[in-house]
Design a protein around this ligand. Structure first.
Ligand code: TLP
Length: 346
């Protein structure tokens, strides 16, 4: 029944609601005070996630932003230089926290979120009297603003090798590492292996209401715990939330392939419109550019909203559409038809 699936919310994979099974797991969670390290469910989540990503230890944090910011803090000193890809989340969407909280400078390299080993070497500044010493390279996989782009494995490992040869640390913003792993048939541990710290999200794509994890060596995670406290992210009976995270890891990773198939389906329908330029769709994110005479993004967003379909304007002529576990193929077909009506009638 149509009314049941409206609105079709494709603004982000963060908009999911906890499923009955997840709520049940949350209600049953065994809890304790995590400030004392005594919440058994938080401890289990941290251990399981660390094992899944091939790291020694993990820290449960409220958000992906906090996970990234703690990583910058533990891996860098004030005044350091950090290499990031174009339009990375750390640069675009964290309210300048890299400068304000970690006190580092971000140098943007490459194109479309990806960069090469040569670009790392060229941008790496020496620790002399005048240059900010380059300390860290951050990789975002999948890359959000370039349309859920997956780093090709050879390029990823070549970049990490180059960084190591230059003595640089490595952080992975793997908010959607689960999608990257499914898309390239690798294990999350394989894609996380070269990195000192890895941030993964439970509330994007996996359906948990809150939560990210920062994983790495035990000593790094020990100091990360201090910064989590400093940033106001220390929690108490957080096992209720960790239970949702465990449920998400156990039940919602393999099914991401459905989100990728739904994104491919939407891409095939939207690409048929003259005036729509689509970036290649590899995972669950579509970025489409609207060429004139099609109207600007905000006009299309409003018109779609009027038909019960929510998407985001990501620029004057750019729209982002994200599939996730709360939109099935029928909902995507409805959204495609709404795009047909709005763009066809433009
Ligand atoms: N991304 C959100 C918005 O902030 C843009 C979204 O809707 O896609 N890294 C990446 C690659 C992300 O896409 C996000 C969230 C984060 C980190 C931050 O996670 P949260 O929202 O938990 O702080």
């Amino acid at each position: 029944m149509l009314w049941r699936m409206l609105p079709v919310d494709l603004r982000s994979d963060t908009v999911t609601r906890p499923s009955p099974g997840m709520r049940e797991a949350m209600a049953r969670a065994e809890v304790g005070d995590d400030w004392y390290g005594e919440d058994p469910t938080v401890n289990r989540l941290q251990e399981e996630a660390a094992a899944l990503l091939g790291k020694e230890a993990g820290l449960f944090v409220p958000s992906g932003t906090m996970a990234n910011q703690i990583a910058l803090r533990v891996l860098c000193r004030h005044g350091d230089d950090v290499l990031v890809g174009q339009e990375s989340h750390i640069q675009w969407y964290e309210n300048g926290a890299a400068g304000a909280l970690a006190g580092v400078q971000l140098s943007v390299i490459g194109r479309g979120g990806l960069f090469s080993a040569e670009e790392v070497a060229l941008a790496c500044k020496s620790d002399d009297q005048i240059c900010p010493p380059t300390r860290l390279v951050c990789v975002e996989n999948t890359h959000n603003r370039s349309g859920g782009r997956v780093w090709p494995r050879e390029q990823l490992f070549a970049v990490c090798d180059a960084a190591r040869r230059l003595g640089l640390a490595l952080h992975l913003d793997g908010a959607r590492l689960w999608n990257a792993a499914v898309a390239c048939g690798a294990s999350p541990a394989e894609l996380a292996a070269p990195f000192d710290t890895v941030a993964v999200s439970l509330s994007k794509g996996l359906g948990a209401p809150v939560g990210s994890l920062l994983l790495g060596q035990r000593d790094l995670i020990r100091s990360a715990r201090r910064y989590r406290q400093m940033y106001g992210g220390g929690m108490r009976q957080a096992g209720v939330l960790a239970a949702a995270g465990l449920y998400a890891l156990h039940h919602n990773r393999a099914r991401l392939v459905e989100d990728h198939d739904n994104a491919a389906f939407l891409a095939s329908r939207l690409a048929a419109h003259p005036g729509v330029d689509l970036q290649p769709v590899q995972t669950n994110i579509l970025m489409l550019d609207l060429r004139p005479p099609l109207p600007e993004a905000h006009v299309v967003v409003e018109a779609l909203k009027g038909r019960g379909v929510l998407v985001s304007a990501f620029g004057a002529r750019r729209i982002r559409v994200v599939t996730h576990l709360d939109v099935d193929r029928a909902a995507c077909a409805y959204a495609a038809a709404a795009f047909d009506a709005v763009l066809g009638g433009a």
